[in-house]
Design a protein around this ligand. Structure first.
Ligand code: PAF
Length: 291
């Protein structure tokens, strides 16, 4: 049982400090769970800390707004930076350490290595954000190797990211266990995201319709048949609800992420999922649900 505190969590900023802390815990026979984040923490992140504390002796969160996973400089510049508040929230949640390196610590002069995962990175959020998942895979592999944690916690809200991480961890034999955690939602169904704060009151009222329409489509898939007409009707419903545009609404295999044409046509009884990304003004919301 970890004591919760009103104090901000301790912060370390270098690989050497992080390794020293983890080494000391290891000497005491303690296990370590990692929660990679880019900050602007909300209840979804804190649920990952709770999950880490339930399974490991020590919980280390990371905060690094990773420039390599942004394809637009304005998006990187606009990303919320709330380190002090994040450290308070982590302290209150009972996390043991926050690793918050600067860009030079993560990518020193001369840095030249890229981790690139094919297959699961293609399409969906990888389709319209070139290099995004290379950036995610590169920084996550560094965070895993820098920390030497036993396990790492990822929300299913970023389901494609989770598949990318699981793929490279397996392919590169990185000794860390990846723990997928269920998406945390508001009472009206909207998936928690740091971007939700940027919605106007009117947009916030429209936002939960994405999940609602997806649930309707998932039910329609239960009846079998071609996926295309169900997806077309759902895109129309999302637009009619007041979204400005739909980047994608796709029905895919839950593991390989290959697009599926037929509901009920999933090979070997394997699970399928529905994936969506849609815009409200300049806020892009994503969601995914099992079918
Ligand atoms: O999901 C995120 O916040 C980021 O993509 C991650 C996993 C922390 C890597 O920068």
């Amino acid at each position: 049982m970890t004591e919760k505190s009103q104090e901000a969590v301790e912060i370390c900023r270098t690989v050497a400090d992080l390794r020293a802390r983890v080494a000391a815990w290891r000497r005491d026979g303690l296990t370590v769970g990692l929660i990679p984040t880019m900050g602007a923490l909300h209840a979804g992140h804190i649920s990952l800390v709770d999950a880490a504390l339930a399974q490991y002796d020590r919980a280390v969160a990371t905060l690094f707004v990773n420039p390599r996973q942004f394809d637009r400089p304005d998006d990187l510049a606009a990303y919320p930076r709330t380190e002090e508040d994040d450290a308070q929230k982590l302290g209150a949640a009972g996390a043991h350490l926050l690793y918050a390196p600067n860009a030079h610590e993560m990518y020193p002069d001369g840095y030249a290595t890229n981790v690139s995962v094919s297959g699961v990175s293609a399409g969906l959020c990888g389709g319209d954000r070139p290099g995004h998942f290379d950036g995610v895979a590169t920084v996550c592999s560094k965070l895993f190797l820098q920390s030497g944690a036993d396990g790492a916690f990822f929300g299913e809200k970023d389901y494609q990211q989770l598949q990318v991480v699981q793929r490279f961890v397996s392919d590169l034999n990185i000794p860390i266990l990846i723990h997928p955690c269920a998406t945390i939602r508001e009472d009206d169904g909207l998936a928690l995201s740091s971007r939700n704060k940027r919605l106007t009151a009117v947009q916030r009222a429209i936002a939960p319709r994405l999940y609602e329409v997806m649930q309707g489509a998932a039910q329609a898939f239960g009846a079998g048949g071609d996926a295309a007409p169900v997806l077309k009707a759902a895109v129309e419903a999302i637009n009619a609800a007041g979204f400005d545009s739909v980047d994608y609404l796709e029905f895919r295999d839950a593991v390989s992420l290959t697009p599926l044409e037929k509901a009920g046509g999933v090979s070997g009884g394997q699970a399928a999922r529905l994936f969506a990304a849609a815009w409200l003004g300049d806020v892009r919301l994503i969601d995914n649900i099992p079918v």
